[in-house]
Unconditional design. Structure first.
Length: 495
């Protein structure tokens, strides 16, 4: 027995020594193995499809764009054969190519036969889209890429049915974590009781103040009132917003444009399409129905005193008006199919095509009269000294596709009677002025941020060339519209 015990001890000792050797070997081997794993990790890592670098076309400390036509956004005539120098995201030099040499070490890009315009500053955009009856799907990532691809470098989300997504996207784009325009993020809608499942219903003026305060603290930077709000609620929201440095816009119905101007609103959406000022039996704080309001606009005399009085009030109170002709074009019989439908999911594309066919067969609609009348009213407002800004509103029955629609909106302003140079100013510098950012964006001038769009051709002569976007510079970095669009094509409607 004693011998057996001794043998067991010796075996145990040998086992213990073996385990110690194994541990020692592992202590030596593991660090070496970790070095190998770290070295191989890039080979096995999955690429990040959202990385900003996926979409960059031009990036260098100094970039010189030579022999280009400059349309500066101020309304001044285009200047041909110019050189524009971008240094560290800022416009450092502009002038005749014969006298403006590219700096040493610059990346030089010859843009003969091309034009540059300021990045679009569009003020009625959304990060949601009509995905079902009365339901809006949140499409923040795909939409921000499409906006940027279309030349939009700054946008306001004039309406929010999600809550925090607009704010988070604004922050992540600003941090260069995602590709997209700079976003002025609007809080969720300010509205009274309605049929919309994705809107909060305000109870009273105090509730409106609390709504503004909460979303301001979350990071929202703009406010939007909607069709069923009362005058007291609107006044409370405007005042609370102004106290916090936030402007308020509105797609109104229950409150007239004149009433809203008296309450201190900063902006009104959809030109005069949403005005109920001319509804004869309009009751205070009650929406008579958008259709009734539009019938009065279709019949309105743009040379009559009632309309002129409203325009004067808006101009005197410095209320900006947002033109969103793109969404109303989709309701108007005889208009062309909107651009960009191929990026939608097949189901959404087919859904809009069916809606387009219904519009084309509708003989009872007011839009054939209303659409050109609203164009003339917007032009009259601007001629009277009003601040007209632009947006697209990707809602309705669909078909208003970000980026593509922003270009179309500029084209429609020309259809409305503005010159191409005036239309470009409305879609760039006017939007920057409204946001209070015109010292940095909205036009092309030395010292301003390098937000600009390279297009083939000359949109100052042929506005359709605004669709021919080749590169979009934001903060001096050039993005590839083809890559941005291809990354979402056929999937818009999902994410």
């Amino acid at each position: 027995m004693t011998g057996q015990v001794g043998r067991v001890r010796r075996v145990g000792q040998i086992g213990q020594i073996g385990r110690m050797c194994v541990v020692a070997a592992l202590l030596i081997a593991v660090p070496a193995l970790l070095v190998v794993v770290q070295a191989l990790r890039p080979a096995f890592a999955q690429p990040n499809p959202n990385a900003v670098s996926n979409f960059i076309k031009v990036q260098a400390p100094i970039v010189a764009l030579t022999h280009v036509r400059i349309i500066d956004g101020t309304g001044a005539p285009a200047r041909g054969d110019q050189t524009l120098v971008i240094r560290d995201g800022t416009l450092a030099a502009m002038g005749d190519s014969s006298r403006t040499a590219p700096p040493a070490g610059a990346m030089v890009i010859d843009l003969a036969s091309r034009s540059v315009i300021p990045g679009l500053v569009m003020l009625h955009e959304h990060l949601y889209y009509t995905t079902g009856p009365g339901v809006y799907g949140q499409l923040g990532v795909s939409f921000t890429r499409l906006y940027l691809a279309g030349g939009v470098t700054t946008m306001r989300t004039a309406g929010n049915t999600n809550g925090i997504m607009d704010i988070n996207l604004s922050r992540r784009i600003a941090a260069s974590e995602l590709a997209g325009p700079a976003i002025d993020a609007t809080a969720p809608y300010l509205n009274g009781p309605s049929a919309f499942l994705q809107m909060h219903a305000l109870a009273n003026a105090e509730d409106a103040r609390k709504h503004v305060a909460y979303w301001a603290e979350q990071g929202a930077t703009s406010l939007k009132a909607y069709m069923q709000i009362t005058r007291d609620e609107l006044k409370a929201a405007i005042d609370e917003g102004h106290r916090r440095g936030m402007k308020t816009t509105g797609h109104l119905c229950s409150v007239t444009y004149a009433e809203a101007a008296d309450l201190g609103i900063d902006n009104l959406e959809h030109g005069f399409f949403a005005a109920t000022d001319f509804v004869g039996d309009k009751q205070p704080d009650i929406c008579p129905g958008q259709a009734r309001g539009q019938q009065t606009i279709a019949a309105l005399d743009e040379n009559g005193e009632p309309f002129k009085a409203l325009v004067k009030k808006l101009v005197d109170r410095r209320v900006a008006l947002t033109s969103t002709l793109t969404v109303f074009e989709t309701f108007t019989r005889g208009r062309p199919l909107p651009p960009g439908l191929d990026v939608l999911t097949p189901q959404l594309k087919e859904s809009f095509e069916r809606a387009y066919e219904r519009v084309s067969q509708n003989q009872q609609t007011v839009y054939p009269a209303l659409f050109p009348k609203a164009m003339r009213l917007e032009r009259a407002f601007a001629k009277a000294g009003g601040m007209l800004v632009a947006g697209t509103d990707p809602t309705g029955a669909g078909g208003v596709v970000p980026g593509y629609a922003d270009q179309r909106q500029i084209e429609l302003l020309v259809d409305a009677g503005f010159t191409p140079l005036e239309a470009i100013t409305i879609g760039t510098l006017n939007g920057a002025k409204y946001l209070g950012r015109d010292a940095r964006i909205g036009s092309l001038a030395i010292g301003k941020q390098a937000d600009l769009v390279v297009v083939a051709g000359d949109p100052s002569a042929s506005i359709a060339d605004i669709r021919r976007v080749e590169t979009v510079f934001k903060n001096g970095v050039g993005y590839d519209p083809v890559k941005l669009i291809e990354s979402v094509k056929g999937q818009v409607g999902i994410w």
